[in-house]
Design a protein around this ligand. Structure first.
Ligand code: GDP
Ligand code: IMO
Ligand code: MG
Length: 433
């Protein structure tokens, strides 16, 4: 099983960072292939907590190559900050490679992100403000600046000559003055080009060579299936393909390159930003999940909306991503709840719907159909000690919750996570590297 993908199966923040870091033991390469600094992947190693936004989680292990693939959008100011923060914690970041084709997030993308949000009035998406949408829009409309352009002054200048007036006109239509200091911007970009030149390459060649050589390669998804530009809750989504399909275009590998696809599922559901959320709770239980789960955004600090586990969403993720197993995270957050609800279908205008609808007005009318399962008590033992006993040592009702999910979605739960740490994990997978 040399290649493996980690995919968020809900609205992001499922614990992809923790599971990527856990599985990166034994990996040779970890590749990010979509999204940008909108992501926030938290990893706890011992007492140290790392929050990664752009860097692949493999960066924390020095013998793992960390790759920023072409399908990401790269904010070099943020990259600097992130690498600096890691250096302060003794992590060199020398194992980083950057695609020559990755699109660069420029200061005007961040400004436009804010201006577009303001122009939406009550219909805001609730973006992270990191310039993600405007940068991807430029990529698609062929007005982007790519990493390789920063290594070629003539090319960079001619690209900016074309692009900047277009951006300025667009900003003016939103009542915004971009106030771009052209020469300052060029100087900064060329400086970044020089600084990172040694890391920049055709990462598709690097990744495919590694796969051919039988190396263990991981693809680390950001965001989640329900934020996918095509199959998420459009228009309340991010601007990339967060599903496994995004790996091919975002890393430059063929579909046959991905053997295992691990879906990360939080034992309940959360969402940051606006948009439909059928199982959202506005009561004490929602508050308990928020508090016990520490559900505050890693990137923006916003409180996450919380609700029961939605299996309509998870089945959607199983199908779209071809999930071969699930890592079920944050089960410990449900400790002490007397009963647990699990949504198995929606009722919309009197009809039972089992597949996730594409129309968000329909979703707003959807009423969750719940199955109620028994909860389990709080643990008195340390979770790491409990994990040492393996799956069998878990509370019976927790095992029943896991079995219920497996049966409904038709995919095994290979990993169970009951805490932030590496040792608060139970691994039942058959195939491991
Ligand atoms: P990501 O974006 O999918 O990587 O997830 P985030 O890092 O944004 O949010 C997940 C949060 O839950 C982080 O603070 C993790 O440290 C934490 N976490 C991950 N797994 C578990 C778990 O099993 N139990 C608990 N209590 N926290 C967890
Ligand atoms: P990770 O990788 C949760 C959400 C934003 C907003 C929408 C669009 O940590 O799971 P954007 O800035 O991408 O244009 O915002 O997507 N969003 C996330 N929500 N986790 C994330 O990443 C997210 N990245 C973007 O809140 O609703
Ligand atoms: Mg996150």
């Amino acid at each position: 099983m040399p290649t493996l993908a980690i995919i968020g199966a809900q609205w992001g923040d499922e614990g992809k960072g923790k599971i990527t870091d856990y599985l990166a033991e034994g990996a040779d390469m970890v590749v990010r292939y979509q999204g940008g600094a909108n992501a926030g992947h938290t990893i706890k190693i011992g007492e140290e907590v790392f929050a990664l936004h752009l860097l692949p989680s493999g960066i924390l292990r020095k013998d793992v190559m960390a790759v920023i693939g072409n399908g990401m959008v790269l904010d070099l100011d943020r990259l600097e900050e992130e690498l600096e923060a890691l250096k302060e914690k003794g992590i060199s970041g020398e194992n980083l490679k950057i695609s020559d084709r990755v699109n660069i997030v420029l200061p005007y993308h961040r400004t436009l992100d804010g201006a577009q949000e303001r122009s939406r009035g009550a219909k805001v998406v609730g973006t992270t403000g990191r310039g993600i949408g405007p940068c991807y829009a430029d990529k698609i409309s062929r007005e982007g600046i790519r990493m390789g352009d920063l290594l070629d002054e003539e090319l960079l200048r001619s690209r900016l000559d074309l692009v900047l007036p277009i951006k300025e006109r667009f900003a003016a239509s939103l009542g915004e003055n971009l106030d771009i200091h052209r020469e300052k911007l060029i100087a900064k970009l060329l400086e970044y080009g020089k600084k990172y030149e040694a890391c920049v390459c055709d990462t598709s060649v690097l990744i495919n060579d590694a796969i051919k050589a039988g190396k263990n390669v991981m693809f680390e998804g950001a965001q989640g299936t329900m934020l996918d530009i095509d199959y998420g809750t459009y228009p309340y989504v991010t601007s990339s393909n967060c599903t496994s399909a995004g790996i091919c275009t975002g890393a430059g590998v063929p579909p046959s390159a991905v053997q295992e696809v691990v879906g990360i599922v939080k034992a309940y559901t959360t969402r940051v930003g606006a948009g439909p959320f059928v199982t959202e709770l506005h009561d004490d239980i929602g508050e308990t999940l928020l508090k016990n789960g520490g559900e505050f955004g890693t990137t923006t600090g916003r409180a996450r909306r919380c609700g029961w586990l939605d299996l309509v969403v998870v089945r959607h993720a199983v199908r779209l991503n071809g999930l071969t197993s699930i890592a079920l995270t944050k089960l410990d957050v449900l400790n002490g709840l007397s009963e647990l609800k699990v949504c198995t279908a929606y009722e919309i205008d009197g009809e039972i719907v089992r597949n996730f609808p594409g129309n968000y007005r329909q979703l707003e009318k959807a009423v969750p159909v719940y199955e109620t399962l028994a909860g389990w008590d709080n643990w008195t033992e340390k979770t790491s000690k409990l994990c040492a006993g393996g799956f069998e040592a878990l509370p019976t009702k927790m095992k029943e919750y896991v079995a219920y999910i497996e049966k409904d979605i038709g995919v095994p739960v290979g990993i169970i996570s009951v805490g932030k740490g590496r040792n608060e994990t139970i691994d039942r997978r058959q195939n491991k590297w």
